[in-house]
Ligand binder design. Structure first.
Ligand SMILES: O=C(O)CCC(=O)C(=O)O
Length: 464
């Protein structure tokens, strides 16, 4: 699919083409001014540090309580007292502004499409004709580990861009060390319970500079579609003047206010996993403005992809059974789910030995077509099959240890044939766990086509 130039369309005040128009979604329609969020507190990070002049045990406990309440409801807060000067924050915004203001040919020198991989300048990677594109441009750069920097993708213009990014990211990393400890403390855990999973030498920090040109029909497009972050924790520097970020809290979108020198910290999925679901990775999106461009700079902190992460043992007990299994390289799982329009945390990651919560949930639903609780894998390798009405069938592979190893999609046409349920259940090594919506769709789908789709993959399965 040929990519349209958002910046040109924006400047010419053109109507967004069909591929940018947001369809009805389970996350609700576009609303540029829902209420401002009350649930997102301002938290003073300096109160977590005994070396700070403002520190007292009482002040710290008060801030820890605010932290716990924010992270278990909204999943985010506005950090002040972070030790990063206002002038550096302004410099980061200014460097981003200057870069995005460069002529297209200049920015294209750093193009992701030209250089390959996930880093560089560009807009959405188009993976499906049905994909709704974001009305934005991004510059994505890995900052840590330092030896993984692809410096040829770091802008030379403005000429202090690299120095600025290094300084800012180093300071954010210091702040993260304090925040990880505080998060552990807020749950009565050992100080390093999260840091040891999230904060090794090889842990990743990815910078993403976001540029949202104005759109004449901001009621029809989104700067970023609803998503949760794959990170452990994301540190977001918002535009100082233009709002746009919204968070879904209790099923309702709320606006995240601008606090000029605060950094918005939102949790990502890996923190939700590590906290065994106590802390939330919030769904968020960005709306565009009809007249003014917006900028933001996100730093995503995540573990080394080779590190296995999972719920902290002390957060698992009889009253709160393990909600997630251990995973490696969650970034890849999340990316593949996102491209399929699925939410990674709701698909392949829940512990496949159903816990009490899930059993109760299943029991309260209409009779399942097949009870995964009674299923045990006949072969070490097992497969999860998701079927939905837009993408078709998605198959996800796990290895013997229950770790994710890959996945794919096949499109299917829909016809009624309940017989397929038996066919699927009869297949060796196939476990299908389906949520209620998909169970229904599956009933209305064409058995033969799904089975053929799976069958034709046998080679790939055995080749894994
Ligand atoms: O621009 C923003 O405020 C949020 C950006 C965001 O959600 C992202 O980069 O993943």
């Amino acid at each position: 699919m040929a990519m349209t130039n958002v910046q040109e369309m924006s400047m010419n005040g053109e109507q967004p083409p069909a591929e940018y128009i947001v369809k009805e979604s389970k996350f609700g329609s576009i609303d540029s001014s829902p209420p401002l969020a009350d649930e997102i507190p301002i938290i003073d990070i300096s109160l977590f540090s005994p070396l700070s002049p403002q520190y007292s045990e009482q002040a710290e406990n008060h801030e820890l309580q605010k932290l716990r309440s924010a992270l278990s409801s909204a999943g985010c807060f506005q950090a002040i007292g972070h030790g990063i000067s206002d002038s550096l924050l302004d410099k980061v915004r200014e460097a981003a502004k200057q870069f995005f203001a460069l002529p297209v040919e200049e920015k294209e020198k750093y193009s992701r499409a030209v250089h390959g991989g996930a880093e560089g300048y560009g807009n959405d990677v188009v993976v499906s004709e049905k994909q709704v594109l974001d009305w934005s441009y991004r510059l994505t750069l890995r900052v840590f580990p330092e030896n993984q920097r692809r410096l040829h993708l770091w802008p030379q213009n403005p000429n202090d861009f690299g120095e600025m990014l290094h300084e800012y990211a180093t300071k954010v990393k210091l702040m993260m060390g304090i925040v990880f400890k505080a998060m552990a403390k807020s749950l009565n855990l050992e100080d390093n319970s999260f840091a040891k999973q999230l904060f090794g030498d090889q842990s990743l920090m990815q910078a993403r500079f976001n540029f949202y040109p104005p759109c004449s029909r901001s009621d029809l497009v989104l700067g970023v579609k609803p998503h949760t972050d794959r990170s452990g924790v994301t540190c977001l520097l918002q535009d100082k003047d233009v709002e746009g970020l919204q968070v879904l809290i209790d099923g309702k979108w709320v606006r995240v206010p601008i606090v000029p020198h605060a950094i918005v910290l939102n949790l990502g999925d890996q923190m939700q996993i590590m906290s065994n679901g106590i802390y939330k990775s919030p769904m968020h999106r960005v709306v565009t403005n009809g007249e003014i461009m917006r900028l933001s700079v996100a730093l995503f902190n995540e573990p080394d992809p080779e590190t296995q992460i999972g719920p902290v043992e002390d957060l698992i007990d009889e009253t709160r059974p393990r909600l997630y299994k251990n995973v490696k390289n969650y970034g890849r799982i999340n990316y593949e789910c996102y491209q399929r329009g699925e939410i990674a945390l709701e698909t392949g990651l829940t512990s496949h030995h159903l816990n009490e919560f899930q059993k109760a949930k299943l029991a309260s639903q209409p009779k399942p077509l097949h009870n995964p609780a009674q299923w045990s894998p006949p072969s070490p390798r097992w497969i999860k099959i998701n079927v939905d009405d837009t993408e078709g069938v998605g198959v996800v592979f796990y290895d013997e240890a229950g770790s994710y190893t890959g996945g794919f999609n096949r499109k299917i046409s829909h016809a009624t044939n309940p017989k397929m349920i038996e066919l699927l259940a009869a297949r060796d090594g196939v476990c299908w766990e389906l949520n209620q919506h998909w169970q229904q769709v599956l009933l209305e789908s064409d058995a033969l086509q799904i089975v053929q789709a799976i069958g034709s993959l046998n080679e790939e399965i055995h080749g894994l």
